[in-house]
Design a protein around this ligand. Structure first.
Ligand code: VGL
Ligand code: ZN
Length: 196
């Protein structure tokens, strides 16, 4: 891959995974990841770039049943969020989601938490069928779904690049720790302005 201190040319073997940019995770949402609305413009710029260069686009969404085990009322740690089909589960207002992009719904089973976009989804097969080799990851939350998606992608053999100005943590310290774990696992870090 290109030197990561420099520019990166996007091509047909590249994929952009936009993780869980949904209303419930945005400012004002039921599980708000403060500042996440501020990511939308930058992510839209990347979506346009990948369209232009013929890369693949993936949008993941947390897509829980009403009684999901991660909800407080069921003994989990989270407020109710991203209930399948609800307004809060819809993609963030203003997010560019082109027709033809791959959409992956995850954590759809009541009794299982699933932070990774590869967990019980067809994502791997879809990426392989499109010939994707290198994955760029953006979205929320850094220390949950971004982290687990990145670690799985590396295990599955993808080259993985995290775009650090296009992700956002629930908790800053935990976000920093997650970044460290991703680097140690072999992820590269870059900024959106480096992509061409
Ligand atoms: C997420 C908490 C609960 C995430 C999903 O998308 O990172 N975080 N469910
Ligand atoms: Zn969730």
């Amino acid at each position: 891959m290109d030197s990561l201190s420099g520019q990166i040319a996007i091509g047909k073997q590249d994929g952009l995974i936009v993780v869980d940019m949904q209303e419930d995770f945005m400012d004002g949402g039921s599980l708000e990841v403060t500042g996440s609305r501020g990511l939308i413009n930058g992510i839209n710029g990347l979506v346009r770039l990948f369209l232009q260069k013929g890369g693949s686009l993936v949008f993941t969404r947390d897509w829980h049943p009403e009684n999901h085990c991660s909800f407080k009322q069921e003994g989990g740690k989270w407020p109710v969020h991203c209930v399948a089909g609800s307004k809060g589960a819809s993609f963030a207002k203003g997010l560019l989601v082109p027709e033809g992009a791959i959409k992956v719904s995850k954590a759809t089973q009541p009794d299982e938490e699933a932070y990774s976009a590869f967990s019980q989804t067809p994502l791997l097969e879809l990426l392989n069928s499109k010939g994707v080799k290198r994955l760029f990851v953006v979205g929320v939350a850094t220390e949950f779904c971004v982290l687990e998606t990145v670690l799985d992608a590396i295990r599955l053999g993808f080259e993985v690049v995290v775009i650090v100005d296009c992700i956002n943590p629930v908790n800053g310290k935990n976000g920093d720790r997650a970044l460290k774990r991703m680097k140690e696992a072999g992820a590269f870090m870059t900024e959106s302005r480096q992509l061409r």
